[in-house]
Design a protein around this ligand. Structure first.
Ligand code: HEM
Ligand code: NAG
Ligand code: NAG
Ligand code: NAG
Ligand code: NAG
Length: 328
């Protein structure tokens, strides 16, 4: 049995080891972990540049902070945080922008373009569009008075997008509690994490078309609140008219969203599902009275969301223009 070593020349072993090492490096590169200091030497001013741009844009228009947060969510829930949502449709390419949850709704592309062009001047071909979106979401929350968290970095940009996955994997406002729980559990989140991440609706706006049935036909809604919304959301027409998701403090990242739910003042059907006699009522109560619990759980949820199947190492690319795949 000892003879089997003689089948291999002595120098085969170093070669095997070398091959294994090279393979490990390649595999390692393809599945590299994200890290918070990814741009520390390659683009040391990347994070400050993004923060400054977000601060300027949010001070000009507070809602843009909400829009940038949602952009990251809708990116990550469709095949991971890979900037797929930023790709424009062309004659031979269909992206995610016309998906039902995104069409006439998702915003912030121009802000990302502006940041990307600043970063391309500073450090060409280094900072991915997916990382810009992730950092801009965090900086938006901070700019509106919410918590901060450490954004993991090193995501790369996709060369593909999926209209059909955008339509199936982004949760719809008509879902009931079990549908919401399933939608998030499909991405590895617990029901509690779903409730915490829904606190995003403490900022931003929704269109009449997404809450009309609720304010005309649902019974688990404060009647004064419903009546006040009908003025700007007629039973027919006015589909794009906006109302704040958090009627109490629409431009502050606080826990008023949850107090509203306890008062049956959730704007979307899906919002009120979180406090409707079901298993998540207790957590909504907790968050409504404990800002610290909410912001801690929200921050942890955002880090987890930002880690959804990133492209790393040699997978994907660093797009030059966030709206299109590199031509080279
Ligand atoms: C729980 C399931 C969720 C559903 C069903 C849902 C649905 C919606 C809908 C229908 C709108 C209004 C869109 C429009 O009318 O144009 C909206 C807005 C928004 N969503 Fe969600 N969402 C959910 C979870 C989340 C999560 C997890 C985040 C972020 C992490 C988020 C962030 C936002 C923000 C910030 C806005 C306002 C955007 C703006 O004003 O531009 N949502 N959402
Ligand atoms: C942006 O604003 C936040 C506070 O709202 C601040 O902490 C941060 O330093 C600002 N960013 C820059 C680059 O000035
Ligand atoms: C798609 O069209 C663009 C121009 O819009 C062109 O540069 C690209 O090569 C085309 N791609 C394919 C796969 O045909
Ligand atoms: C929730 O919605 C699903 C799909 O529409 C439905 O099958 C289910 O019965 C609903 N569950 C409850 C508790 O209403
Ligand atoms: C309210 O319900 C009625 C009866 O089901 C339906 O005809 C009507 O279209 C609904 N209205 C809205 C705004 O959803």
């Amino acid at each position: 049995m000892a003879a089997h070593t003689t089948y291999f020349p002595p120098n085969t072993f170093p070669d095997l080891k070398l091959s294994f090492l090279l393979l490990s490096i390649l595999v390692g590169m393809a599945s590299a972990q994200l890290s918070s200091n990814f741009y520390a030497t390659s683009c040391p001013n990347a994070l400050t540049t993004i923060s400054a741009a977000v601060n300027t844009t949010v001070s000009n228009e507070k809602r843009m902070g909400a829009s940038l947060l949602r952009l990251h969510f809708h990116d990550c829930f469709v095949n991971g945080c890979d900037a797929s949502i930023l790709l424009d449709d062309t004659s031979n390419f269909t992206g995610e922008k016309t998906a039902l949850p995104n069409a006439n709704s998702i915003r912030g592309f121009d802000v990302i373009d502006t940041i990307k062009s600043q970063l391309e001047s500073l450090c060409p071909n280094v900072v991915s569009c997916a990382d810009i979106v992730a950092v801009a979401a965090r900086d938006s929350v901070v700019a509106l008075g919410g918590p901060s968290w450490t954004v993991q970095l090193g995501r790369r940009d996709s060369t593909t997008a999926s209209l059909s996955t955008a339509n199936t994997d982004i949760p719809a406002p008509r879902l009931n509690l079990s549908g919401l729980i399933t939608s998030f559990s499909n991405k590895g989140f617990t029901a509690n994490e779903m409730v915490a991440l829904s606190g995003s609706h403490t900022i931003g706006q929704a269109r009449c078309t997404n809450f009309r049935t609720r304010i005309y036909n649902e019974t688990n809604i404060d009647s004064t609140f419903a009546a006040s919304l009908r003025g700007n959301c007629p039973s027919t027409g006015g589909d794009s008219n906006l109302s704040p998701l958090d009627v109490t403090s629409p431009t502050s990242f606080d826990n008023a969203y949850y107090s509203n739910l306890v008062s049956q003042k959730g704007l979307l059907h899906s919002d009120q599902q979180l406090f409707n006699g079901g298993s998540t009522d207790a957590l909504v109560n907790t968050y409504s009275s404990n800002l610290g619990r909410f912001t801690t759980d929200f921050s942890n949820g955002m880090v987890k969301m930002g880690n959804l199947s990133p492209l790393t190492g040699s997978n994907g690319q660093i797009r030059t223009n966030c709206r299109s795949v590199n031509s080279g």
